[in-house]
Design a protein around this ligand. Sequence first.
Ligand code: PGA
Length: 254
Amino acid sequence: MVKAKTLVVANWKMNPETYKEAEKIYAGSVVALKKASKVKVVLCLPYTWLTDFSHKEKKVVSFGAQDASIEVKGPHTGEVSPTMLTSSGVEYVILGHSERRALGETDELVSQKVSASLKTGLRVILCVGEKTRDLHGDYLLFLRHQIINSLNKIPKRYLKKLIVAYEPVWAIGKSDDEAMNVRDLHETSIFIKKALAEIYGPVEGMKIPILYGGSVSHKNAKDLLTLGEVQGLLVGRESLNPKKFESLLLSING
Ligand code: PGA
């Protein structure tokens, strides 16, 4: 059996400020990812440059959006539908990111988005993660509910296109020594697999890839991946610096 490539999802969020800068980061990222042939990179860019860049280097890069509507078309000002994305060469979408949940997205809405996107053939990166950790383990209950509610009613036949990104909110956007420690990550990734197995059964549930996100850098990427036992990484800030992004990719390319 061919080993699946490690997945790295670069989440540019609402960055950079100008098209010119975006072109520069994009060009640097392409150079970086061409050197790391054992890593599959998905660039999740703001809509403004997503479709423009997605027509350039289709073969080496995969593209993702950072959100998608539950609607197909019509009077929904400001929204972009999953079909618009797939028909523009976009393959992936991040859904339920904590920064969108903070704007009011509920598990119910996230679940509808997951369903609408999977139906059009997009690969969905569903973000989950607790806001805080406590000594009693209440965060585990929170996480379990979030997973179950966000995947509510998603049939098994779509699982091949589902990826779960575990992003503890408290670890996002910090310095790299504030990322989650690898032992806790390992425990939590097993916990998430168990929650997925609860919904989809042990065989199917265990196959869903888990990514870690939250202050991933070229310094901690390898340990998070190997000792944390996750199948990939979701990288924010570090993906905007092509040199550091290259070091990150090369560090896990073994
Ligand atoms: P960060 O962001 O790598 O800057 O912490 C990760 C994310 O929010 O997806």
